[in-house]
Design a protein around this ligand. Sequence first.
Ligand code: GL7
Length: 823
Amino acid sequence: MAIHKAKFDKEEFKKAVVGNCKSLYRKTLDEASQQQRFQSVAYAVKDLIMDKWIATHKQYDKEDPKVVYYMSMEFLMGRALGNNMINLMQYKEIKKALEELDLDINEIEDQEPDPALGNGGLGRLAACFLDSLATLEYPSYGCGIRYRYGMFKQEIKDGYQIETPDDWLRDGYPFEIKRAEYRYEVKFGGYVKVVKDEKTGRDNFVQEDYRSVIAVPYDLPILGYGNNTVNSLRIWDAEPVVKFNLNSFDKGDYQKAIEEENLAKNLVEVLYPNDNHYAGKELRLKQQYFFVSASVQRAVDRYKNMHNGDVSKLYEKVTFQLNDTHPTVTVAELMRILMDENGLDWDQAWDITSKTVAYTNHTIMAEALEKWPIELFSRLLPRIYQIVEEINRRFVEKIKAKYPGDQEKIRKMAIIYDGQVKMAHLAICAGYSVNGVAKLHTEILKKQELKDFYEMMPEKFNNKTNGITQRRFLLHGNPLLAEWITDKIGDGWITDLKQIDKLSLYVDDKKAQQEFMNIKYKNKVRLAEYIKKYNGIDVDPNSIFDVQVKRLHEYKRQLLNILHVMYLYNKIKTDPTFDMEPRTFIFGAKAAAGYRIAKQTIKLINNVANVINNDASISGKIKVVFIENYRVSNGEMIFAAADVSEQISTASKEASGTGNMKFMLNGAITLGTMDGANVEIVQEVGEENAVIFGLSSDEVIKYENEGGYDPMEIFNEDQDVREVLMELINGKYSDNDPEEFRDIYNSLLNFQDGRRADIYFILKDFKSYAKAQEEIDKRYKDKAGWAKSVMLNTAKSGKFSSDRTIEEYVKDIWKLEKVHVEM
Ligand code: GL7
């Protein structure tokens, strides 16, 4: 790829910053607050972007390339300022200019709120994909929602998680642009009237007595690295129709006007903070249809403008990728627009739709599968429901034709069954591609979860192993290592991560090992300072930094990790001479606000931390830290500082994971189960450079099919496990209520609320995990061996760039062409 570096006029830039401060705040820089300085700098950086942004869309209009619309309820972008400076290739230049203005780039970057319009891996994947699409010069839009409040901020008070609103727009977000010229009406409720067209004899379907809102988009620039491509993330805000059209007042329909005002206000108010869990809330379905309808209306309009109003070949230039089932109403909305607004008949509309929409599955967790009650779905989206019903009717006919007399197939595969609309079935039936997100995950889809669909339509199924952008998670997040790598092998890795394999040459070189570990040490010092500042805990950068950061979920088994810490603590207490490398166990995780066991687990980790960190008798052999408010920005720093990457989900449950890749890239050893993309990480780096434990996914699935296992056996036979479990209920780690962790205890040992004991096999895997932890200790004692191993992790991470993932989507699914933008 030809890297293009634009000239940078330092004096111009400085002038712009000073000028922005004046015109935005009527202040000089030294009078301005830190936030105001950040805004002044951000607007100056935006100025460097605008011409490229304009040029990119001119070029798209001229060449009329095929475009992918990445439809996602979540985009977990992280901060933009530093990333934009990086992708402009002007980080150092701007840093220098700011120094001359007496501004510290780190402090300025720290002023930016993380735009956190996502929960976890699924939302962050969407953000990495946008970065790669722009870098690889592929035309694309991210389509989503401009939530007024993103992912909540987490505070820890007395060990408990407290959620506070994330008011990310409070000071104004400098990089967004309101596109008031693109306004679309989105209709909810009412009923469908059939009106016969006198001339054609055709039935027209008209929604009556509905409530509606106006969708207004805001665009955020998505910069390619080292090129002139600037794509857009388009997030939709909702405005009331009444502001726009006073008609309802004219008609005296005051009630309707108020309802519409409230609808608009509530619609985009907040991101649902559930990860891998579907709550079935009516407002959530409204959000889904809202952004889907606006995005599809806009995409079809744009296409028609460029093709004389003829929609018949839409699929040649437009493709919608559904990020999980959340945007699946895309299927029916596109059908509606093609039929009701463009006069196509069913077969034509279906032919186009089923060549235009593709679906990514991100989870097999049953509680994440979206199923909407017919009553709710049809009341909220009456016309969409009619269309889904007809899709279902035809699909069931096909199933019957293929499997005559097999009622079981219909029960398992129908889109509408048992009073519910099954979104995954709709997406698979209508989509031209269905992909999983790691090899193992795709195999489980084909063999288990979606077996019937795979048998009927094998050609649709494919795998796209996830990836991450090395621009944010190495070049920006770990500048010391990035510079060292570039020094050794050149900067090709920034846009072609496969090249990082050239580091393999250095893994036995003593000097290189020392340099690498020295950088790791400095990154650990940086994190230790952060921990001191925000947690008030002293941690030793010479200890092993053993890190588990990700959403708190039972299947991710933070509980296994902390139970092991409790076990280790007991070991040290009974044998003070017990020899081990000092270890700092670092956790970071948000729990969904209504997820009780997850919140109890946070409290448990904090209470264990309290006891252990204040026990002078163990002379600092272990420390436990819970980092508050884990998010993209502090994540960048955490990955850079990790020695051990905890990826310990119950095998088969973590579809892919992407944190695992960020740790590997930054030189950490994976301590994990054979789950998700861990399998491929081990394949790349070699078993000897990871530490693997626990049940395999086949074993887990086998137990599940046979009704589980009996954790009581382990409890009765294993004294260490029993001791740790008893500590959950004997008050050892309770500050006031000794019953505090009873639910956790019960979840491991007792059948309750229709759920088997220990459904995530924590006790089953405990022994094997403890052994794996001993193995980590042993390996760390061999300094040279460890250094070689972590360097190999970095060197072998080439596969896990989202650039590779995107090239695969482009080649196998989207069939896009690159568009080069000249300036
Ligand atoms: C997830 C998976 O849990 C995670 O393993 C995967 O890496 C990610 C991106 O594909 O998607 N599925 C899901 O529902 N969430 C995820 O993070 C929230």
